[in-house]
Design a protein around this ligand. Structure first.
Ligand SMILES: CC(C)(COP(=O)(O)OP(=O)(O)OC[C@H]1O[C@@H](n2cnc3c(N)ncnc32)[C@H](O)[C@@H]1OP(=O)(O)O)[C@@H](O)C(=O)NCCC(=O)NCCS
Length: 223
C-alpha cells in the first residue's frame, strides 16, 4: 500500500470461518484466547476470534511480518492498533454473520457493519442518533426503511470509529449526506463540537445480504 492509496477492506463470514476456527485460534497469543473465553455467547466469542485473526491477516499482508509475531494493543479508548508499524491504522467491526476490517497506511480508518435486525424500536433509537434530515431520508425509503436505517447508522458509526473516541457528545450534530460519485460527506448541524474536522471520505461497502457496511478514512500525518 503506497501513500495516497485507499484503505484495504476485507469482509469475512462467520459461518465460512467456523470450520477452521478451532485450529487457527492456536495462532493467537494466550491473552487473546483468554479474552475470548470470557464471552458467554459462542457467537460473540467466535466473532471476537475471527476479528483477531482477520486483523493479523491484514497486518501480515501489509507488513510481511509472520502472523504469530504480530503484536496488537488497544489504545486508551479500547481501539486496536498495530504496535510494530505505527504508520498503519486498523479498524474492525462485527455483527451477525460478518466480521469486517480495514487497514490503511498514513490514513485514519474506521469501519462498521450491522446486520439488518428486526424487533428494534427504530423510532426511539433514531431520535437519539439521527438528524431530522436523516430521519426523513430513512422514512422516505418506505419498505426499504430498515436497510436505510442501518446504511445511515453504519456511515455515522464508521466515522465515529475512525475518530476512535468511542462516541460523539451528540450524534445528531453530525449529518451524513450523499456527496460525489456514490460517496458521502459529514455535515455539521450548527458547529463541529466534537472536532470531527474535514478531509473525510465516507463510502458504503458491500457486506452481502442482510448486512449494511461503511468505511470512513482520511489522510493523517505519520506519527
Ligand atoms: C467500539 C464502538 C465505537 C463500536 O462498538 P460496536 O458498534 O458495539 O461494535 P463493532 O463491532 O462495530 O466494533 C467493535 C470493535 O471496534 C474496535 N474498537 C474498540 N474500541 C474502539 C474505539 N474506541 N474506536 C474504534 N474502534 C474501536 C474493536 O476492534 C472492537 O472489536 P473487538 O473488541 O472484538 O476487537 C463503541 O464504543 C460504541 O458503540 N460507541 C457508541 C457510538 C455511537 O454513539 N453510535 C451511535 C451513532 S451511529
Amino acid at each position: 500500500m503506497r501513500h495516497g492509496e485507499q484503505p484495504r477492506v476485507v469482509v469475512r463470514s462467520l459461518s465460512d470461518e467456523r470450520p477452521t476456527l478451532a485450529k487457527r485460534v492456536l495462532l493467537l497469543p494466550a491473552a487473546e484466547q483468554a479474552e475470548a473465553a470470557r464471552y458467554l455467547r459462542p457467537d460473540d466469542r467466535d466473532r471476537f476470534l475471527v476479528g483477531r485473526l482477520l486483523l493479523r491477516d491484514i497486518i501480515a499482508a501489509e507488513t510481511a511480518l509472520p502472523l504469530n509475531a504480530i503484536i496488537l494493543a488497544r489504545d486508551a479508548h479500547g481501539r486496536p492498533c498495530a504496535v510494530q508499524d505505527r504508520r498503519i491504522d486498523i479498524n474492525l467491526s462485527h455483527s451477525g454473520d460478518r466480521v469486517v476490517a480495514a487497514i490503511g497506511r498514513d490514513l485514519s480508518v474506521g469501519i462498521d457493519v450491522e446486520q439488518h435486525r428486526a424487533g428494534i424500536d427504530f423510532g426511539a433509537i433514531g431520535r437519539q442518533v439521527f438528524t431530522p434530515w436523516e430521519t426523513r431520508l430513512i422514512a422516505a425509503s418506505g419498505a426499504a426503511a430498515v436497510a436505510a436505517f442501518f446504511a445511515q447508522w453504519t456511515l455515522k458509526e464508521a466515522l465515529i470509529k475512525a475518530l476512535g473516541r468511542g462516541f460523539l457528545d451528540d450524534p445528531r450534530r453530525l449529518e451524513i449526506r450523499p456527496s460525489d460519485a456514490g460517496s458521502f460527506r459529514p455535515v455539521f448541524v450548527g458547529s463541529d463540537p466534537d472536532d470531527v474536522g474535514g478531509g473525510w471520505t465516507l463510502v458504503a461497502i458491500d457486506c452481502g445480504d442482510g448486512h449494511a457496511g461503511a468505511l470512513a478514512f482520511r489522510p493523517r500525518p505519520p506519527t
